[in-house]
Design a protein. Structure first.
Length: 395
């Protein structure tokens, strides 16, 4: 077993770290306060090559491996969750799904512009009445000649107002007894007639990230834009979530590191009765717990990255990493607020933002409860990962 990261991984970490600290951290408090996202960040992420990580060079990407993707997510979320969310949605849920499920023609057609950042991709599964219960979506696609006509509404869609293309899951056969077999996946252009979006305001966290609802009113989509076969939509969605959850799990480690980045200097500087609070054992216990969770979190996501690199389906392991790391990040942020005392309760210091941001990841891309149930089902032998589809890459 070899735990060492390559020189390339270290360089990628350095690049993503610098990007986060130079391009995101300086303006983040004001954006977060104003509940505003900055589209110029998306452009800069593309120019820095971050949006093509894990996409093969043949399709315009950097050709780097999945550990690299995890490292980028970790370092971006160390700066702010909103930047990592872009990676989760554009790279994880959208681009990697095209890489896994697309025909050669589709990969050539869509991936180069995604890898360069010329086009932004997003993912649309969740609906007002179907979140965890993804099998009960109602957005409908009806065949009409060489096209499909889409009608419905999706919500909690990251990059809803900026993405150029959406991976949309819709019902194509409402009469099939197994609902999961009655869905298909489509790549829908924002420019399509009948498409519209509306941002969601007043979020608890990830306030510098764009989230909203999207609407399909007789949106005509060419049949050539179907990703996977007719009836594959649920599997496309679930395997997309395998990619997305990996980016969320690795990003969560970045929040834990950010908590340490904030708490170590603060606790050495802040004095109680003439002693720095870093000398107090209860504070040390909290710092130790954060360091412990960072190490566990990295091991969990490195293992998933390795499984993805060797091409092994890892739905179980990715769920475990996402479940564990997101709860650990929330716990670390809570401890970071505790260490900062009253200063942790206002945005003069970044830790209150970490607390609000980390809470979201225990809801999106599979709630904490969904992952708890999945882990129990795997352990009890009630759920087994098998090959998704003959001829399809496993990851
Ligand atoms: N990859 C490929 N195929 C998969 C799969 C995966 N990871 N998981 C399941 N499948 C396949 C199964 O093999 C099965 O196929 P067969 O019938 O051929 O065997 C089929 O899909 C149905 O699978 P299940 O029986 O396991 O389905 P289920 O109904 O038990 O799934 C669930 C339940 C796992 C909880 C699932 O509904 C789930 O993950 N729900 C949470 C959804 C979620 O995470 N939503 C977040 C959306 S994204 C977001 O948050 C917003 C954003 O913008 C980021």
């Amino acid at each position: 077993m070899d735990f060492s990261l390559s020189a390339e991984h270290e360089l990628i970490r350095e690049t993503a770290y610098k990007f986060g600290q130079q391009e995101i951290v300086p303006g983040i408090r004001e954006l977060d306060r104003a509940h505003e996202s900055d589209p110029s960040t998306l452009k800069k992420m593309g120019e820095a090559g971050l949006l093509g990580v894990s996409i093969p060079e043949a399709y315009g990407g950097t050709g780097t491996d999945y550990i690299s993707l995890g490292i980028v997510c970790e370092e971006l979320e160390r700066a702010d969750t909103s930047a990592r969310v872009v990676m989760s949605v554009h790279s994880g849920l959208h681009s990697l799904s095209i890489l896994q499920w697309g025909t050669e023609e589709q990969k050539q057609r869509w991936l180069p512009s995604l890898a360069s950042g010329e086009a932004l991709g997003a993912f649309a599964l969740t609906e007002p009445n179907a979140g965890s219960d993804a099998v009960n979506i109602s957005t409908r696609a009806v065949r009409d000649g060489d096209d499909w006509i889409l009608n419905g509404e999706k919500t909690w869609i990251s990059l809803s107002d900026y993405a150029d293309r959406f991976l949309v899951i819709a019902v194509t056969d409402p009469d099939t007894p197994k609902k999961a077999k009655g869905m298909s996946a489509f790549i829908v252009d924002r420019s399509s007639s009948g498409f519209s979006s509306r941002p969601i305001k007043g979020k608890l966290g990830v306030r510098a990230g764009n989230t909203g609802s999207i609407f399909f009113d007789d949106v005509r989509v060419p049949a050539a834009n179907m990703l996977g076969g007719e009836g594959d939509g649920f599997k496309v969605a679930m395997s997309a979530l395998d990619h997305g959850r990996y980016t969320v799990a690795s990003g969560a480690v970045g929040i834990i590191q950010a908590c340490l980045d904030a708490c170590i200097p603060y606790s050495k500087d802040r004095k109680v009765a003439g002693e720095p609070i870093a000398s107090k054992q209860l504070v040390q216990q909290m710092i130790a717990s954060m360091a412990q969770d960072r190490e566990i979190g990295q091991l969990l996501y490195y293992k998933v990255g390795w499984l993805k690199n060797v091409g092994t389906r890892c739905t179980r392991e990715v769920s475990l990493a996402k479940w564990t790391n997101c709860a650990a990040a929330f716990d670390a942020a809570n401890k970071a607020v505790e260490i900062h005392g009253a200063y942790g309760f206002c945005d003069e210091y970044p830790v209150e933002r970490y607390l609000r941001n980390s809470r979201g990841a225990m809801i999106y891309e599979g709630t904490h409860e969904i992952h708890t149930i999945l882990q129990a089902e795997y352990e009890l032998g009630l759920r087994v990962d098998k090959p998704v589809k003959p001829g399809l890459p496993a990851v």
